[in-house]
Write a protein that binds this ligand. Structure first.
Ligand code: SF4
Length: 157
C-alpha cells in the first residue's frame, strides 16, 4: 500500500487544509523545532460543550496565531511539495485526495480528537499559546466553528 503521493488531487488536499495530527505527533514536531509552524485551533464535542483546544499545522499566514475562520493551504506545502515529508504525521500517510476515504481514516480522526482531550495535551497547548501571547478563550469570539468540528461530526454523528 502506498504511503505518499504528489498527484494534483493529493496536493489539492494540502492546499485545502493542513493535516490534523495527534497531540503526540505535535509534541514530536514542537521538539524538532517546528513550534512557530503551528496555529491554535479548537473543537467542541457539542455546540454548547467546553472547547477542546489544540495545535495543528498552520494555514499559510497563520503561523504562531489563531486558526482562520476558513481553512487554507498548509504552511508546510512549498512548491507543491510537503517540506516535512519524512516527519509528516500518520494521517498524511493514510489520506489521499486520489483515493476514497476509508474506515481506518475515520478511526484515526477519532483517535486524534481523543488525544487532545487530556490534561497533558491541554497543558501543552496552554504553554504554547502563552509563549506566543495568544489567549485561549478569545478564540470563541473569533471563530465559532473549525474544520475540527467537521471531523467531530463525521466521526461521532
Ligand atoms: S504536513 Fe505535508 S502532507 Fe500534511 S497537509 Fe502539510 S504539506 Fe500536506
Amino acid at each position: 500500500m502506498k504511503d505518499s503521493c504528489a498527484c494534483p488531487k493529493c496536493v489539492e488536499l494540502c492546499e485545502k487544509w493542513p493535516c490534523n495530527p495527534s497531540s503526540d505527533e505535535i509534541r514530536r514536531l514542537l521538539d524538532a523545532g517546528h513550534s512557530k509552524d503551528m496555529m491554535l485551533d479548537y473543537f467542541q464535542m457539542k455546540s454548547d460543550s467546553k472547547p477542546v483546544f489544540l495545535l495543528t499545522f498552520a494555514v499559510k499566514g497563520r503561523r504562531k496565531g489563531y486558526a482562520p475562520f476558513y481553512t487554507g493551504p498548509c504552511t508546510f506545502l512549498k512548491k507543491k511539495k510537503c517540506v516535512i515529508h519524512a516527519e509528516r504525521p500518520l494521517i498524511a500517510r493514510m489520506s489521499f485526495g486520489c483515493l476514497p476515504a476509508n474506515k481506518n481514516l475515520e478511526k484515526l480522526h477519532a483517535r486524534h480528537l481523543r488525544s487532545w482531550r487530556t490534561r497533558k495535551a491541554q497543558a501543552m497547548v496552554a504553554e504554547w499559546a502563552k509563549e506566543y501571547g495568544l489567549e485561549l478563550d478569545k478564540r470563541l469570539i473569533r471563530k465559532p466553528e473549525s474544520v475540527w468540528d467537521l471531523f467531530v461530526e463525521a466521526v461521532y454523528a
